[in-house]
Write a protein that binds this ligand. Structure first.
Ligand code: NAP
Ligand code: ZN
Length: 349
């Protein structure tokens, strides 16, 4: 066990602040990683503010981690010190159920171990602590290889924002000839635009922020719809094959569903809520409403390799750890261009 520097919150109403946490010595199947960068996901903010009522305080968030292997357990063969690696939203799962066998550890029937705020039930039963810290120790199966040449700060957010958008875009067939609508231009949304474009789809950004129109185009979107104008829903009805909804706050799904073509699918990835969902919005034209949680480890590797091949990287604003509370306030105002990434060297000083 060793003490390391981290940043976290003692309760839902205090700002994040420095803290010292324990990391276990690597067991036979563990990999110890010195963290270089950690992305800031809106889920970190939801968890720190206890939006879901399940936060175990004190919490150290962070599940978009890249860094270098510094030590490995005796049974580890795939990784060695010096490897550049990533860790996403999961650090373990039962590895025996149907979902794990299907490479969908995120849906593990006994529950995956999240990178933070989970009981490490396949390990020492402590509460997991995330990447706003200098080091992490992870089971070798939950470590990802970062392809050579990828800029590390711009790759970190892919470990959550990248896979969360890649997985449903693949599953629901984004590609040439398909009209894809991406709702919400934040961390997830900007990756969805880039990845859907790289897959060959026609991509429309659907946003409530006029100020993001030019950025949407720069990121590769073919078109931009501003939802502040209610006529937009009527004028664009039956337009999309696939809609990816990344909005982080409660909103009405009906208008978006109306923009789907016959048998079109809307996939919700934003951890939001809706009121007054009308059955007719789905029944009419046989539309489908789906959800999606991150992606499995194998698919996360596939996404990293895909992004390396297509030179798709995140647009990031690098911050030092002491800027994290300001970053959270800006995230609450939809003022992220388009992912904050913490330079973890600032935690070592
Ligand atoms: P983010 O960077 O804060 O982006 C969220 C976007 O939602 C904003 O940029 C904004 O886009 C839109 N939005 C915010 N308030 C809105 C409002 N009042 N009305 C309409 N649109 C609004 O957040 P993120 O990190 O991308 O995460 C998005 C959501 O996905 C969060 O709830 C997060 O917890 C969740 N998440 C889910 C998974 C999963 O596995 N399913 C994984 C990671 C994150 P515009 O300004 O363009 O409208
Ligand atoms: Zn996330």
């Amino acid at each position: 066990m060793r003490k390391i520097n981290a940043y976290g919150a003692e309760n839902a109403s205090t700002p994040l602040a420095p803290m010292s946490i324990d990391r276990r010595e690597p067991g036979p199947h563990d990999v110890a990683i010195e963290i270089a960068f950690c992305g800031v996901c809106h889920s970190d903010l939801h968890a720190v503010r206890d939006d879901w009522g399940n936060t175990r305080f004190p919490i150290v968030p962070g599940h978009e981690i890249v860094g270098q292997v510094v030590a490995v357990g005796g049974a580890v063969t795939r990784w060695k010190p010096g490897n550049t690696v990533g860790v996403g939203c999961m650090v373990n799962s039962c590895q025996a159920c149907e979902a794990c066998h299907a490479h969908e550890e995120q849906y593990c029937e006994r529950g995956m171990t999240a990178t933070y705020n989970s009981i490490d039930k396949y390990g020492d039963r402590t509460v997991t602590r995330g990447g706003y810290s200098t080091h992490i120790v992870v089971n070798e199966k939950f470590v990802l290889a970062i392809p050579d040449g990828m800029p590390l700060d711009r790759t970190a957010p892919m470990l959550c924002a990248g896979i969360t958008t890649y997985s449903p875009l693949r599953r629901y067939g984004a590609g040439p000839g398909k009209q894809v609508g991406v709702v919400g231009l934040g961390g997830l949304g900007h990756m969805a635009v880039k990845i859907a474009k790289a897959m060959g789809a026609h991509v429309t950004m659907v946003s409530h922020s006029e100020s993001k129109r030019d950025d949407a185009q720069r990121l590769g979107a073919d078109d931009f719809l501003l939802t502040r104008d209610p006529a937009v829903f009527h004028d664009n009805r039956r337009r999309f094959d696939l809609i990816l909804d990344t909005i982080s706050v409660e909103h009405d799904f009906n208008g978006y569903l109306g923009m789907l073509k016959r048998h079109g699918t809307m996939v919700v990835v934003g951890l939001s809520e809706t009121k007054g969902l009308k059955a007719d919005s789905l029944i009419n034209r046989g539309r489908q409403l789906a959800g999606s949680l991150i992606g499995g480890i194998q698919e996360t590797q596939e996404m990293l390799d895909f992004c390396a091949r297509h030179k798709v990287y995140c647009d990031v604003e690098r911050i030092s750890i002491d800027q994290i509370n300001v970053a959270y306030e800006r995230m609450l105002k939809s003022d992220v261009r388009y992912r904050f990434v913490i330079d973890i060297d600032s935690l070592r000083r």
